[in-house]
Design a protein around this ligand. Structure first.
Ligand SMILES: [Cu+2]
Length: 82
């Protein structure tokens, strides 16, 4: 519901970016962190990504499809929830 709200705004060109935090599970080391960061950065529309290894929080900015983002992270072998 939040996404469709933002999408409407994007369509009107008043709001092109959203910043959202996700909880990523399964990261144990900097390699995991890098893999998650890379998978998120590869999603179309993502302009900024920060993955915190300690907290497991991924902060993502951009105008992207959330399902694509979650698929990408899961494909990399990690679990993600919003
Ligand atoms: Cu690792």
């Amino acid at each position: 519901m939040l996404y469709s709200f933002i999408k409407t705004y994007s369509h009107n060109n008043k709001f092109t970016n959203m910043t959202k935090k996700y909880s990523v599970k399964g990261m144990n080391c900097p390699h995991c962190q890098a893999a998650v960061t890379k998978s998120i950065a590869s999603v179309a529309g993502v302009t900024q990504v920060d993955v915190n290894l300690t907290t497991g929080i991924a902060t993502v900015e951009g105008n992207y499809n959330e399902k694509d983002l979650m698929d990408a992270v899961r494909h990399a072998g990690f679990d993600i929830a919003d």
